[in-house]
Write a protein that binds this ligand. Structure first.
Ligand SMILES: [Fe+2]
Length: 117
């Protein structure tokens, strides 16, 4: 989604938002690597299939930001549900790694909320 929106964002906000979306791409790749390592550590099998959520095509930056907000909210809620499970298995290294992502997602939600204000 972020790579798509980075390419299509236009107008006066392009410079700022293309950079913002590209930074989110980089953050997402970093998060995915952490999650992949966690899955391997727990003897799971990491899949490479993309989530089925549709990426709505738009050139309206407000729509892009609203989609980004929904995505970040969902991600923060997902990590919020995962953390207690990791706490239960007592792996503090893994808990710390995923908590970092959780806080990244919460910060993104707040940043987008402010951008949409
Ligand atoms: Fe995120």
């Amino acid at each position: 989604m972020y790579a798509h929106y980075s390419a299509y964002v236009s107008g006066i906000h392009r410079s700022h938002l293309a950079t913002h979306f590209n930074n989110e791409v980089t953050e997402s790749i970093t998060h995915a690597a952490t999650v992949r390592a966690a899955i391997v550590k727990l003897d799971g099998e990491a899949i490479t299939e993309r989530d089925s959520t549709v990426i709505p095509h738009t050139s309206d930056y407000l729509e892009m930001l609203k989609e980004a907000y929904k995505t970040e909210k969902k991600a923060s809620e997902t990590y919020g549900r995962i953390l207690p499970m990791i706490q239960e298995i007592g792996d503090s290294e893994l808990y710390d790694a995923l908590e970092v992502i959780y806080f990244d997602e919460l910060r993104s939600v707040e940043e987008l909320r402010m951008m949409l204000k």
